[in-house]
Write a protein that binds this ligand. Structure first.
Ligand code: BG6
Length: 478
């Protein structure tokens, strides 16, 4: 379904995110017919190029990062026609009148701040003073949204000077992933799961976001951030909210976000011995974290594993184990709900432990499987085995699964539609920092040194102990 015609201005339009994700994504939406012909994308950045130069740059970006669609040469030419570029000085006055003249007032206006948070205030102020944005315009902001509660509050206040909350779209691209939304469909669209989704039936929940990539060239940014700020405060926290929240009364932006906020507020402070921080060592032909960070004394974590608790009736006593890291053995993002053991088995011949396990894979091979127990085929008596009820989306949905938009494309289209459900509200971001701040401050106060781990492994040994001590084990990363 096409969206309404729009003008989308991308500040930081020549940057990495714009070239890798935003523009190739918009091109795919253009190909699918979702982007109306009379819509325009306006790149704005410091580089002194013109629209023709910008089109060449974006053509190259689509060729490099666009996937299969890059071969659609005719369509690329049409798409590039929709592109304009204005050199703009975010901190000065240069280019703003030109931008004001270009942006139309009779279409939806959206402004993507694909720049560091230090520029948010300047951009918001000038969009307002040059009358480029009005009460119906939308702004999109990227993470990191602050580096602690105080800076996030400051950013929220700065944006609030010129924009209302319903105009601000804070992106967490994990919320745009297909399976993340499917998690809500599974929980709230089936009668089967919700009655079991609580501490009477769930033993524990695991959330794993493992990456094979290391910090590479991002060392300078990453060393000031670490896995806690880069992944846990936002992406893992959002996954935790969706898995743990109460059913909202409707699938609307505020109803969903109210419920997520309650989860974050109900998170208990984490005991220091329930957290393991890790840093990868050098491999045979790969650099260590400290070499990437160019900081031989860095105490920043590239891996984290933790055990958390949510203090409410539904989840009291159920541990949530979360882990994420760089330079790990496989790229896997997965949420696993491990149900409790049967209280009593009627099958004498069977002495194994059987459990139902629901695992929801975000990437790769998006899908779900539910481990169920059945009789082992054959004459061996009532012996039981565990088999997966597999629902890999690519298999179950065939061709339809191929046209699934990537997270950024979906979220940008949601901005144009004015749907904030999959974006973080200001109070949610602040609550998340409120929970992570004391943890980070504790490490700083104690000069906490991360444990080392081998690249290509599943993290430091202590991360295994964290869960083994409770008589449980991590899902294998595969
Ligand atoms: C980003 C982090 O937000 O998410 C990166 O800054 C991380 O460090 C990335 O690699 C992971 O995203 P995805 O979609 O590849 O799982």
């Amino acid at each position: 379904i096409p969206v309404e015609p729009f003008d989308l201005v991308i500040f930081g339009g020549t940057g990495d995110l714009a070239r890798r994700k935003i523009l190739p994504g918009l091109f795919r939406r253009f190909l699918s017919g979702q982007m109306p012909e009379d819509s325009r994308i306006i790149g704005a950045a410091r580089s002194d190029i013109d629209s023709a130069g910008y089109r060449v740059m974006i053509k190259e970006a689509i060729a490099e990062f666009g996937g299969e669609e890059k071969s659609e040469t005719k369509a690329i030419a049409k798409f590039l026609d929709r592109l304009e570029y204005v050199p703009v000085d975010a901190r000065g006055e240069g280019g703003w009148s030109e931008l004001a003249a270009l942006v139309r007032s009779d279409v939806i206006r959206a402004f993507y701040f694909s720049v560091g948070p230090g520029l948010f205030g300047d951009l918001a102020e000038r969009l307002h003073s040059y009358k480029i944005a009005d009460r119906d315009s939308r702004i999109v902001v990227e993470k990191p949204f602050g580096r602690d509660l105080a800076s996030a509050q400051e950013l929220n206040e700065t944006l609030a000077e010129h924009f209302k909350e319903d105009q601000i779209y804070r992106i967490d691209h994990y919320l745009g992933k297909e399976t993340v939304q499917n998690l809500m469909a599974v929980r709230f669209g089936n009668v089967l799961f919700e009655p079991l989704w609580n501490n009477h039936y769930v033993d524990h929940i695991q959330i794993t976001v493992a990456e094979t990539v290391d910090v590479g060239g991002r060392g300078a940014y990453y060393d000031k951030s670490g896995a806690m700020r880069d992944m846990v405060q936002n992406h893992l926290m959002q996954l935790l909210c969706l898995i743990a929240m109460e059913p909202p009364s409707q699938f609307g932006a505020d109803a969903v976000r109210d419920e997520k906020l309650k989860v974050i507020r109900a998170l208990e402070p984490v005991e220091p011995h329930h957290i393991v921080r890790g840093q990868y060592e050098a491999g045979e032909d790969s650099k260590s974290y400290r070499e990437h960070a160019e900081n031989p004394r860095s105490f920043t974590e590239s891996f984290i594993a933790m055990k958390c608790h949510i203090s409410n009736w539904r989840w009291a006593g159920v541990p949530f184990y979360m882990r994420t890291g760089k330079a790990m053995s496989e790229r896997v993002s997965e949420i696993t709900v491990v149900f409790k053991d049967l209280g009593h088995s009627i099958f004498e011949e069977d002495d194994k432990r059987h459990r139902n396990i629901l695992s929801i894979r975000l990437q790769p091979n998006e899908g779900m499987d539910l481990q169920v127990t059945i009789k082992e085929p054959g004459p061996g008596g009532m012996r039981l085995i565990d088999v997966p009820l597999d629902m890999t989306f690519a298999e179950a949905l065939g061709d339809e699964a191929e046209d699934v938009p990537d997270a950024y494309e979906r979220l940008i289209m949601d901005v144009i539609r004015g749907n904030q459900t999959l974006f973080m509200r200001g109070d949610e971001v602040e609550a998340a920092w409120k929970w992570t701040d004391p943890i980070i401050q504790g490490w700083e106060a104690r000069n906490d040194v991360p444990k080392t781990y081998e690249p290509g492994s599943s993290g430091p040994e202590d991360a295994m102990l964290l869960i083994h001590r409770d008589g449980r084990k991590w899902r294998e990363i595969k």
